[in-house]
Design a protein around this ligand. Structure first.
Ligand code: UTP
Length: 288
């Protein structure tokens, strides 16, 4: 039996420069795909995987996210008075029991690894999951559930991966693959944003992880890596060899909603599956 995954860290403190000016006053994780903000998709995916404690690493403009997961008394009262029961139910749908969502502040955006390190006191001595909400994954079951199921058998550390074109390896963390078993791949090495000529494979890490608490010891060193940032990939790489480390080639479709094209494609893809919109969307795409 491996210790269960009950906590997740959701880093939401990035600057979101690729989405300016939309992200000037709101975090990019509040951008909606159809009618739901990205952060809500991530929390729902975590709950589906049986995760209980949600830890948000926030930066500037955090208040709007706290509000999203809290009562909106004025709105709820008005909806009640107007008898808008359906809208009221939606407005209340993301109210978790008090104490299950915690917020910790990353005071300077020094990189993803640094954001995760900011949650060390809340993670404590437990293995934990990480999801980057701007990596939206459409999967049934969700990517986190697929990973938690694999973790329950294999233990250790885990990253979600997908096969990318070789010219794109410089946008991702990339694994050195070892033995395969179905969609599970032993990880023998990890490198952040390798040049296509140097990439050890085309299996790229996307924003879902299961990590052992020892990763915090390596993040504690605050080593600066690719792009001048404290990289999670570098700290994870240090665990390889001393703890089990696997990649899960997840089933599902991933959208990079930190980029305009990825966000747009996510909207189209979700809309095409919504009976209320599917016909219009399909016609629009055909028409163009
Ligand atoms: P990105 O690499 O997408 O960076 O972060 P970014 O700053 O958010 O966006 P751009 O590149 O300027 O457009 C990946 C994830 O890591 C979080 C982000 O919020 C996102 O979920 N992150 C990144 C932090 O929480 N803190 C950081 O210092 C950096």
């Amino acid at each position: 039996m491996h210790p269960p995954i009950k906590k997740i860290v959701l880093p939401v403190a990035g600057l979101g420069t690729r989405f300016l000016p939309a992200t000037k006053a709101i975090p990019k994780e509040m951008l909606p795909v159809l009618d739901k903000p990205l952060i809500q998709y991530a929390v729902e995916e975590a709950l589906e995987a049986g995760i209980e404690d949600i830890i948000l690493v926030t930066g500037r403009n955090k208040q709007v996210m706290e509000d999203h997961f809290d009562h909106a008394y004025e709105l709820e009262k008005i909806l009640q008075e107007k008898g808008k029961e359906d809208a009221l139910e939606i407005a209340r749908s993301m109210l978790l029991e008090e104490g299950r969502i915690s917020y910790v502040r990353q005071m300077r955006p020094l990189g993803l690894g640094h954001a995760i390190w900011c949650a060390r006191k809340l993670v404590n001595e437990h293995p934990f999951a990480v999801a980057l909400p701007d990596d939206l994954i459409k999967g049934k079951p969700g990517a986190l559930k697929q990973m938690v199921e694999a973790y329950n058998e294999l233990g250790g550390n885990m990253v979600a991966t997908m096969n990318v074109a070789r010219e794109d390896t410089s946008k991702y963390g990339v694994i050195t693959p070892g033995a395969h078993s179905g969609n599970r791949i032993a990880v023998e090495g990890l490198v952040e944003k390798p040049h296509p000529d140097d990439a050890p494979s085309t299996q790229a890490v996307v924003g879902r992880y299961i990590l052992q608490p020892e990763v915090m010891d390596h993040l504690n060193k605050k080593a600066v890596g690719a792009g001048g940032e404290i990289q999670l990939t570098d700290a994870m790489a240090k665990l390889i060899g001393s703890q089990p480390f696997h990649a899960i080639e997840f089933e599902g479709q991933r959208f990079d909603c930190g980029s305009k094209i990825g966000w747009l494609m996510a909207n189209l893809s979700f809309a095409a599956e919504d009976p209320a919109m599917a016909d219009q969307i399909r016609q629009l795409i055909k028409f163009r």
